[in-house]
Design a protein around this ligand. Sequence first.
Ligand SMILES: NC(=O)c1ccc[n+]([C@@H]2O[C@H](COP(=O)([O-])OP(=O)(O)OC[C@H]3O[C@@H](n4cnc5c(N)ncnc54)[C@H](OP(=O)(O)O)[C@@H]3O)[C@@H](O)[C@H]2O)c1
Length: 262
Amino acid sequence: MPITVLVTGASSGIGRATALAFAEHGARVFGTSRHPRPAGDGVEMLELDVRSAESVRRCVERVGRIDVLVNNAGVMCEGFAEEVTPAQAQEVLEANFLGTVRVTNAVLPGMRARRAGRIVNVGSLAAWVGEPGEGFYAASKAALARYTEALRQEVWHLGIAVSLVEPGAFRTGVLAAAPAVESRIADYDGPRESAHHTLHRALRRGEDPGKVAELIRRIAASRSPRGRYGAGRGACWVPRLKTLLPQRLFEFALRRAYRLPR
Ligand SMILES: NC(=O)c1ccc[n+]([C@@H]2O[C@H](COP(=O)([O-])OP(=O)(O)OC[C@H]3O[C@@H](n4cnc5c(N)ncnc54)[C@H](OP(=O)(O)O)[C@@H]3O)[C@@H](O)[C@H]2O)c1
């Protein structure tokens, strides 16, 4: 019997590539989007907004037994911290962190009953570094990382393996989908422009999302998946550098990379 996989946020980018990778390997795959989408390429599409408990309940009920859950749905938030409203910050946390918690909590009872399951949460390298202009995105992914670490330990004895994948920069539409900051503070104009330029260039030069998809598929197939995986350039050496380098040197390098005043 083929395994059943649910991939949230499968209308584009990493989620789409992941759903297709599982389908190509014979899995029964359900992908999701906030909007109605036709099925295709072996992926059945369901409507899901991870910010709504009711939407999550309906989606998970519709799929039934889920062997592998990939919590991929997420949004970017670009803006200097003081310029992002608390309501905008809350939206990011709702989608990237609490959304994952909602879907996971809806799927876990079935996995606990079967004493089996794989959960892969898509975090970000941003969780390691509070990069300028990405503070709330980084905060949401850092929250996700620590939550994933704790959950992994809590459900280990029930036969459920939870892993975190932290991609670096990949060519997707995540920045294009990010909401614009409403209020701008003139004091940040120069640094904001530099940070914006650096971030957009990194994603333009980013890697193929298929690389993350293949990693996620292999994690799900592994007999004993690790707790954390980096994906792509930088995903391994940035965390290492942050732990090894003296703080001031790391911050200097970050300001230099972002062409911020030193
Ligand atoms: N691209 C990168 O360089 C990169 C790096 C590190 C981590 N990531 C992470 O990778 C994941 C996928 O991002 P991506 O780069 O592939 O971007 P993307 O192409 O914009 O995909 C984001 C997906 O999330 C869905 N989504 C957004 N808000 C949602 C909500 N409230 N409820 C349900 N689904 C929602 C979108 O679906 P609809 O709009 O159709 O609803 C879309 O399918 C995200 O968690 C992102 O943070 C990306």
